[in-house]
Design a protein around this ligand. Structure first.
Ligand code: B12
Length: 216
């Protein structure tokens, strides 16, 4: 199977909800030593995006959505150790505390950003999804982190990103951490309005911005 075919089948596996196939293809990509960033970005991500489109059109329902998400996670579980291996010899570029904000259980995009950052030499502390807002600040303090990355997929939970920045201000920690925000409803204007240092529309851009802000 050549690369183009693998990428195409990865997307299809997510759309069809075929977890075994999604995982087999992830192993195949590793075996063929494909660029795993590209594999995620051009193989699996278009698949979950298509699932989202079909859901919005009313052609898919919640079970298909959940299955698509599970397939995506299955593939990422296979790729994760390889992504980590790739950065073993790289000196840490900085410490990142990441999570999806309180009230929001979407974690596929956040997991991608976390994996890509780890693969690119950052030390990543992933707090998971539906994370209490104070927890981001507490963990960043405890770990002496450089970045706080906040994911939000709902227009309601986006406000949590703003609140974390307010908590930092209340604790006289404004400017201590570089705050990055992202998620489908988030944009650069929102990041500017709430005083976040960075915004990334996808995981690759997130890595680029984090690298730029870390100065490494
Ligand atoms: C999959 C999915 C689910 C899955 C989530 C599974 C999981 N474990 O994540 C399930 C089925 C559980 C789900 C539940 C719900 N969902 Co939903 N879901 C989606 C869907 C289809 C795809 C999201 C996704 O994974 N995209 C793929 C990833 C790769 O993209 P991403 O998340 O945007 O992340 C990328 C970038 O945004 C960026 N990024 C993300 N985070 C960060 C952070 C930083 C710091 C940076 C720099 C960058 C960055 O990089 C990522 C990688 O490239 C979207 C539709 C959509 N188009 O977004 C709806 C969507 C987000 N869901 C929606 C809704 C309404 C819900 C529910 C409320 C439904 C319900 N009635 O129960 C619940 C939410 C419950 C809750 N409290 O959180 C709405 C939100 C509407 C709104 N504007 O608020 C959407 C937009 C669908 C719609 N059009 O109506 N959902």
């Amino acid at each position: 199977m050549n690369k183009e075919e693998i990428l195409k089948r990865m997307g299809e596996a997510i759309i069809e909800g075929n977890k075994d196939e999604a995982e087999v293809l992830a192993n195949e990509a590793i075996k063929q030593r494909l660029d795993l960033n590209e594999v995620i970005d051009k193989g699996y991500v278009p698949g979950i995006e298509k699932v989202g489109d079909l859901w919005e059109k009313g052609e898919y329902f919640l079970p298909e959505l959940i299955t698509g998400a599970e397939c995506m996670k299955g593939a990422m579980r296979v790729l994760q150790p390889e992504l980590e291996k790739a950065q073993i010899s790289v000196k840490s570029k900085g410490k990142v505390v990441i999570g999806t904000v309180e009230g929001d259980i979407h974690d596929i995009g956040k997991n991608l950003v976390a994996s890509m950052l780890a693969a690119n030499g950052f030390q990543v502390i992933d707090l998971g999804a539906d994370v209490k807002l104070e927890k981001f600040v507490e963990k960043a303090e405890e770990e002496n982190a450089d970045f706080i990355c906040l994911s939000a997929l709902l227009t309601t939970t986006m406000l949590g990103q703003k609140k974390v920045i307010e908590i930092l201000k209340e604790k006289n920690l404004a400017g201590r951490y570089k705050v990055l925000v992202g998620g489908a409803p988030v944009n650069q204007k929102w990041a500017d309005d709430i005083g976040a240092e960075g915004y990334g529309e996808n995981a690759m851009v997130a890595v680029k911005i984090t690298k730029k802000l870390s100065g490494k």
